[in-house]
Ligand binder design. Structure first.
Ligand code: AR6
Length: 169
């Protein structure tokens, strides 16, 4: 199973996959961080499609096409803002990953790349987010043999190391 899970450092907008995941906000209206990078790389058609999709509650995800991205689709997952850890943040973060895999199943997608959802502007500590993300990814890989590859794309070396530690733990 482990060879179907890959951790890399890089820019998610450069990844070729059936889908890349966007760390979006509920308005699906674009923003900074990875959201801004994905919208810039995908082109204006992406925001136009997002407008037709409407809002997405925290912990859920919505799918659009990838337009000018090398990835065929974008799955927009809305992670929780960090409020100290006692406001359901862990479960909402886990729910983003589960919602993404549910959409992949519905659409017959086999390869996906995730960023470290919620760990930038939303302030979720990466040391706490990484084990949650990896637990949900491993559960999906175990349940779904049709999943070919799950890549986690970490923007910084520090974030990659945090994920590597969590993977080894
Ligand atoms: N490729 C991979 N990872 C990236 C990239 C990239 N090109 N750019 C940034 N990251 P963030 P959030 C990393 O803030 O915390 C937006 O404004 C980044 O270093 O993008 O879920 C949305 O519209 C960090 O590790 O997402 C929302 O309002 C991770 O991606 C809000 O920010 C997530 O950081 C969402 O905040």
């Amino acid at each position: 199973m482990t060879e179907r899970l890959e951790l890399i450092q890089g820019d998610i907008t450069r990844i070729t996959a059936d889908a890349i995941v966007n760390a979006a906000n509920s308005g699906l209206s674009g923003g900074g961080g990875v959201d801004g990078a994905i919208h810039r790389a995908a082109g204006p058609e992406l925001v136009a499609e997002c407008r037709t999709v409407g809002r997405c509650p925290t912990g859920e995800a919505r799918i659009t096409k990838g337009y000018r991205l090398p990835a065929a689709h974008v799955i927009h997952a809305v992670g929780p803002s960090w409020w100290g850890g006692d406001r359901g943040e862990d479960e909402l973060l886990a729910s983003c990953y589960r919602s993404t895999f549910a959409l992949m199943e519905q659409h017959g997608l086999r390869t996906v790349a995730f960023p470290a959802i919620s760990t930038g502007a939303y302030g979720f500590p990466i040391e706490r987010a990484a084990p949650i993300a990896l637990r949900e990814i491993r559960a999906a890989l175990a349940r779904r043999p049709e999943l070919e590859r799950v890549t986690v794309v970490l923007f910084s070396e520090q974030d990659l190391k945090a994920y590597q530690r969590a993977l080894g733990a």
